[in-house]
Design a protein around this ligand. Structure first.
Ligand code: SF4
Ligand code: SF4
Length: 170
């Protein structure tokens, strides 16, 4: 049967017979092992997370923090702009009126008595931080929401979002 050539670019390869060294396989095995052993002494590309942590980038957007002012009062005035800006609808809050004697706790007359972020919805875009007129919410560049098996653990309330008082005074 005649073979019809479609192009002239056919290259016929010759199967070369194996040399003696190729037939005994030992040089090939040694070569492979030397490559494997050489990788033992190279710098590891992986780390043992979470025991070891990589340094975060300056611009990393991690876990949120609700800031206090220099006197320790909560900055957030429950204006809702962060929730409005959030594309994932991850923020919810309840506004309350500050009572007499609470001036040291809340900077403005209105404050968030409840403030929650659903970290399962959050895409860490940082738009809440940009929308805030009171410099009250920031995304930290050295912390991220830890993993958990429970969905409830990802609803972050004020107990986990508000900056610790001593940290604000430092
Ligand atoms: S970082 Fe983005 S997605 Fe997350 S709460 Fe803020 S605005 Fe919403
Ligand atoms: S964090 Fe900022 S934008 Fe969000 S409710 Fe508080 S003051 Fe308004």
């Amino acid at each position: 049967m005649s073979v019809v050539k479609l192009t002239d670019r056919i290259k016929v390869m010759e199967r070369k017979p194996m040399t003696f060294m190729e037939k005994i396989y030992i040089p090939a095995i040694l070569k492979g092992m030397s490559i494997t052993i050489s990788h033992l002494f190279k710098k590891k590309a992986t780390i043992s997370y979470p025991e070891e942590q990589r340094p975060m980038s300056e611009v990393f957007r991690g876990l949120h923090i609700l800031k206090r002012d220099e006197k320790g009062a909560e900055r957030c005035t429950a204006c809702g702009l962060c929730a409005l800006a959030c594309p994932a609808e991850a923020i919810s809050m309840t506004a309350s009126e500050r009572k007499r004697g609470e001036e040291g706790l809340y900077r403005e007359e209105k404050y968030a008595s409840v403030y929650e972020i659903n970290m399962l919805r959050c895409i860490f875009c940082g738009l809440c931080e940009e929308a805030c007129p009171k410099a009250a919410i920031f995304l930290q560049n050295d912390k991220m929401a830890p993993a958990s098996y429970e969905r409830e653990d990802f609803i972050y309330g004020k107990d986990r979002l508000v900056e610790p008082f001593l940290q604000a005074k430092a």
